[in-house]
Design a protein around this ligand. Structure first.
Ligand code: ADP
Ligand code: AMP
Length: 214
């Protein structure tokens, strides 16, 4: 099963992708997480990506596409995967389609998690991230057991620099301009499913399972 998650930054893609990965036993691949771990490790890729991410811009396709295609050719992707944060541009989607087509494959489901812009800034301001293991929390809607500490690995939780309101506004603009057209792209391929992302995390997940099958 090959799935892509669409939706604005903060819509809940990562939250749902984690649950889907666990239930269907497929890897959760987040390009944002890959960039953040490269930044933390000080790699060349991380250096290239950082200034774009800090400004709320997309990392250029030349960097992102190759990185993602390498990842989906790893052994754990044999039975499928869930992509979170990729594709984010039409050229990214076209490259993915072409790479899959070489093996007679295609994306099976594109899940568009819909949340109005008005709710997004709040969601992002309350998001707390573990930069070590990638887990995500929310101060109001999904608080960790101990404030500021990751339940899963015990590391410190942070407010991501790019989750500050001024950067979120830019990320939303970029989303509408460059990523929103992907909804139409996957609709034309007949694999698009719209999900109401304003509901509780449990209800959103239940609605997704209804689509993917139990
Ligand atoms: P994305 O991966 O789309 O950027 P996240 O999954 O990180 O978004 O979610 C953004 C923030 O909103 C996180 O702090 C998360 O805990 C919270 N969140 C996710 N889904 C919901 C929901 N259905 N209701 C309320 N808060 C949510
Ligand atoms: P995310 O964790 O998905 O919110 O991504 C954080 C940031 O990483 C984005 O705002 C972009 O700067 C960058 N990024 C992640 N995925 C992509 C992608 N597919 N294309 C370009 N930039 C990306």
């Amino acid at each position: 099963m090959k799935i892509v998650m669409l939706g604005a930054p903060g819509a809940g893609k990562g939250t749902q992708a984690d649950k889907i990965a666990e239930k269907y036993n497929i890897p959760h691949i987040s390009t944002g997480d890959i960039f953040r771990s490269n930044i933390k490790a000080g790699t060349e890729l991380g250096k290239k990506a950082k200034s774009f991410i800090d400004q709320g811009l997309l990392v250029p396709d030349e960097v992102t596409i190759g990185m993602l295609l390498d990842r989906i050719h790893e052994a754990d992707c044999e039975n499928g995967y869930i992509l979170d944060g990729f594709p984010r541009t039409i050229p990214q989607a076209e490259s993915l389609t072409a790479a899959l087509k070489e093996n007679g494959e295609a994306i099976d489901f594109a899940l568009d998690v819909e949340v109005p812009d008005a709710n997004i800034v709040n969601r992002m301001a309350g998001r707390r991230a573990c930069l070590k293991c990638g887990a995500t929390y929310h101060t109001e809607f999904a608080a960790p057991k101990k404030e500021g500490i990751c339940d899963k690995c015990g590391s410190e939780l942070v407010l991501r620099d790019d989750d500050k309101p001024e950067t979120v506004q830019k990320r939303l603009e970029v989303y509408h301009e460059q990523t929103h057209p992907l909804i139409d792209y996957y609709k034309k391929k007949g694999v698009l499913h719209a999900i109401d992302g304003t509901l509780s995390m449990e209800t959103v997940f239940k609605n997704i399972v209804d689509i993917l099958g139990a």
